[in-house]
Design a protein around this ligand. Structure first.
Ligand SMILES: [Zn+2]
Length: 275
C-alpha cells in the first residue's frame, strides 16, 4: 500500500438499514460511483445488528461489547471522552484543531451520542430530502471540509414498515439514491471529487431470523451489508474481500487522511483496497 497523500478529505455517506438490498433495486448514482471504485455486497456488520451498535462500530472501530453503545444510550448520553476507542472524527479533531468536521444525521443520536461532543461538529438533523439539500449547500460553501458524514434514516423506517427487501423498502433505497446523487453532484460541482475519498455504506440489513420487519439478529440478512468507496489510489472495479467489516471503515478513513489508527481499534485497512 502507498500512503494516499492525494486524498484531502473524506465523505462517508450512510444509508440506515439498506443491508445488501441495493442489489435488488435501481441505484444509478451509487453504482456509477462505486463501480468506478471498490465495492462489495458481502461486507459484515457487527452483532447485534442494531443502529447504534453498528454505526458505533463504524465510527469507533470496535465491536459493541467494547464501545458499549446502544440506541438508548446514544439518545440520552454523550459518548465518553475517556474511551480508549476514539471515533475517526475525534482523531481528525485532535490532529487538526481548526479543521471542519460535519455530520448530517437524520437520526440525531448519531450526532449527539455516538460521535464525541469534543469533535465540535457542524451537526445537522433533518428529514432525508432536506438533509441532502442542506449537505449539498454546506459542501458548496465549505469546500475545505475535512470529513463529512451523512446518515439517511428513511430506508430503515421503510424496512420496519413494509418488510426488508419488499417493494416499499426497495423504493425507499431508490429514493435515497436520488438524495445521494444530490450530494455527489455538490462534491463534483465544488471540484472536490478528484482529491476526496467517498465511502458509501450502511449499518445493517433486516428481515433475518424469520422477522421480515425487524433486525438485530446474527442472521446473514441482518448482518450482510454493502460497502464501497471511490477515490485516488483505488482501482476502478476493485472487488473487496467478503471479510470486510464495518469496523474497517474507521481504519480506512484514518489511513486516507494520513492519521495513525489507535492500536485499540479492531478494524483494519483491507489489503486489496489501495493499490
Ligand atoms: Zn440502523
Amino acid at each position: 500500500m502507498i500512503v494516499s497523500r492525494t486524498i484531502n478529505r473524506v465523505f462517508v455517506l450512510g444509508i440506515d438499514g439498506a443491508g445488501q438490498f441495493i442489489r435488488n433495486t435501481d441505484t444509478p448514482n451509487i453504482l456509477k460511483l462505486l463501480e468506478a471504485g471498490a465495492l462489495t455486497y458481502e461486507a459484515q456488520t457487527v452483532f447485534p445488528s442494531i443502529s447504534a451498535e453498528c454505526w458505533g462500530a463504524m465510527f469507533h472501530g470496535v465491536d459493541p461489547e467494547k464501545h458499549e453503545l446502544t440506541n438508548e444510550k446514544a439518545a440520552t448520553l454523550p459518548y465518553p471522552e475517556n474511551s480508549p476507542y476514539p471515533s475517526f472524527l475525534k482523531l481528525a479533531r485532535q490532529a487538526w484543531p481548526d479543521c471542519k468536521l460535519a455530520a448530517f444525521s437524520e437520526w440525531s443520536p448519531i450526532n449527539d451520542g455516538i460521535i464525541e461532543q469534543s469533535c465540535g461538529l457542524h451537526a445537522v438533523s433533518l428529514p432525508s430530502p432536506d438533509l441532502a439539500e442542506a449537505a449539498a449547500d454546506y459542501i458548496r460553501a465549505n469546500p475545505d471540509v475535512k470529513i463529512l458524514y451523512m446518515q439517511f434514516d428513511q430506508v430503515d423506517a421503510a424496512g420496519h414498515k413494509h418488510g426488508y427487501g419488499n417493494e416499499g423498502h426497495l423504493q425507499s433505497i431508490t429514493d435515497c439514491d436520488g438524495y445521494i446523487g444530490t450530494v455527489l453532484a455538490a462534491i463534483e460541482d465544488a471540484g472536490l471529487m478528484k482529491d476526496s475519498l467517498v465511502i458509501i455504506t450502511t449499518d445493517h440489513g433486516g428481515g433475518g431470523d424469520g422477522k421480515p420487519k425487524s433486525h438485530g439478529s446474527a442472521d446473514p440478512l441482518d448482518m450482510t451489508i454493502f460497502w464501497g468507496c471511490y477515490g485516488p489510489g483505488i482501482k476502478p472495479g476493485t472487488k473487496l474481500a467478503a471479510d470486510l467489516s464495518i469496523k474497517d471503515t474507521a481504519a480506512v478513513v484514518a489511513y486516507a487522511l494520513g492519521l495513525s489508527a489507535p492500536q485499540t481499534w479492531e478494524g483494519k485497512v483491507p489489503g486489496d483496497l489501495f493499490n
